[in-house]
Design a protein around this ligand. Sequence first.
Ligand code: GCW
Length: 717
Amino acid sequence: MFRSIFLAWLCICSLSAQAEDGYQLWLRYEPIQNATLIKQYKNTIRTIVLAGESPTLRILQQELNTGIKSMLGYVPAVSNTIGTGTVIIAPLQAAIVKQISVSVAGEIGLEGYIIQSVKVNNKPVVLITGNTDVALLYGTFHLLRLMQTEQPLQNLKIQTAPRFNVRVLNHWDNLDGTVERGYAGFSLWNWHKLPGYTDQRYIDYARANASIGINGTVLTNVNANAWVLTPAYLQKVAALATIFRPYGIRVYLTARFSAPIEIGKLPTADPLNESVKQWWKDKVAEIYQYVPDFGGFVVKANSEGQPGPQNYNRTHADGANVLADALELHGGIVMWRAFVYDDKVPDDRAKQAYTEFKPLDGKFKSNVIVQVKNGPIDFQPREPFHPLFGAMKATPLMMEFQITQEYLGQSTNLVYLANLFKECLDTDTHQIGEGSTVAKVVDGTLTHQKLTAIAGVANIGTDRNWCGHPFAQANWYAYGRLAWNHQLSSTEIAEEWIRMTYSNQPDVVSRIATMMNNSWETLVNYMTPLGLHHIMGWSHHYGPAPWIKDKHRADWTSVYYHRADSLGIGFDRTATGSNAVAQYAAPVQQIFASRAQCPEKFLLWFHHVGWNEKVKSGRTLWAELCHRYYQGADAVKDLQQRWETLYAHVDPDRFHQVKQLLAIQYDEAVGWRNACVLYFQTFSKQPIPTGLPAPEKPLSYYMSLEFPYAPGIKPQW
Ligand code: GCW
């Protein structure tokens, strides 16, 4: 008796742990609470008519069953007859759809879909249609999302197609299971056990991605290992590709430029050498034997020690084109990264990618797309948009965002990144006149590019909740939603995610959304206000370290970027300094170059400003800098207080997790504030403004802190 009570208790505990441990991400399918909606949903989804048979359609049906069972308590019957409350899921070209008058406005391509309330024989039905089974899967996830977020299912008239053809996650996962800049455990890919053993996680990963329209995964780190291109690993890659395929996800790999030498045993990797060209052709053909729908390569070349065409005095275009040639036959693409800089080049690091790539505009083959980070340095808390977005008219460019928060508090800080992504996408580059936003450059509409793509460096690992911080899931979600439709607002996306992940109660939704929406500015304030950048800890990039100097590479130090001296602080990138502003189109240049007009968020990015110069608030720069740091840390306190008010509305497990993480975040924010204010004070020689409490510890304390085992990087010693 006792034993069975104990077992039942154990069971309940493990069930509840399973329900609230974050594993289900935004696919929790909580029971619908609203009685009116329950009735409406039940009337709208009585039976399913599903045209066709395929692995994708089986997945679709299973997802629909799981979702509806969990939200409404029943599994809709599959039927051949259409009646009131039938959901018809069928391709546009199916006979059944042809009988219905569906209005399709323009092109929906292979992945776009339509969800419409229509009448068939006078019976109200819902139709989900598109050109492919994957489109139907996307449409089904959309229908489920409408229910998860408690939206009405009446008078539906939805038509949507993705803004980018290629929507990938870049995993910086190493073959040894570590993840470069990974803060959520180890790599999901268990290379050792593949291909024989395939983890349920691979399926759940694919489901989550398909639910937001991500259609590609780059399995390996851009700091690439040629081994992944050997047959033993290609078998493993093939096993993953087979799992992902019915979810509409293609697999891509990173290609190490020196692979012809390392695994091909050639004496050179010179891209213009005939045997090298042939080697890539053969290698690519071999890959397609294993993975017939292989997507292509991502390449990091001649950057941070990676080999590349410049080792042979060839250009990035020469390098990219040799791979593109090999892939072209099979329909693959090359995503060639523009993240290049060299400490041997005496010029401002922020200028180097433009300097190298701008002259190559128009020189890449048509299946090459140049992958550009959102800003010119490196995924800093805030950067102005990368000047290449305003400069390459004849080359498709893709966006690279970083979802993993390498420089944004890693997995201890609550930071909602949709605002960062949107700020960049919505900025006007003036590439061909006003209205040339970054979004229009990368989605191809501005210069009529056919190949369009977007990448997000993944924040996913083996942690039970996938992303480390419960709120970091929102960044994976937001990336996917924006990759589908960059016109969604960050608030809309946050609200969807909150409704699916936490609660549909309007008050709870708005309270959590406010926390998320303020979180990025908050972090920028306590880490790098007013356009400061690259002042974080050495190598692991954790915590503040504006004092880093005298390292073997100047461009990896902090003093290189903040340039604080007795007169002021900031990097002069105007004509009197590095003149990086000249890489922007004239109207942008004019604003950034003007001390008066430059938005304050980028002030110290572009200008060296005197400590006593006045800023918009009327304060001196020194006072403003201090205020921002204090404001940032105080705002984390505010986040903590807001979270406390949600105690009764969030399950205990996740409530407690977030509460603990916010406390860590507060300590870290105070650490950033104190370290930076005290350090910069050694230059300004001014007191911390009255009213702001003095840091408890001296600068020497902050400078003495070391974090040799901070996550995301292999220990260096
Ligand atoms: O931000 C830097 C990271 C490196 C990374 C590099 C890149 C994969 O610190 O770890 O290398 O960017 O994007 O290539």
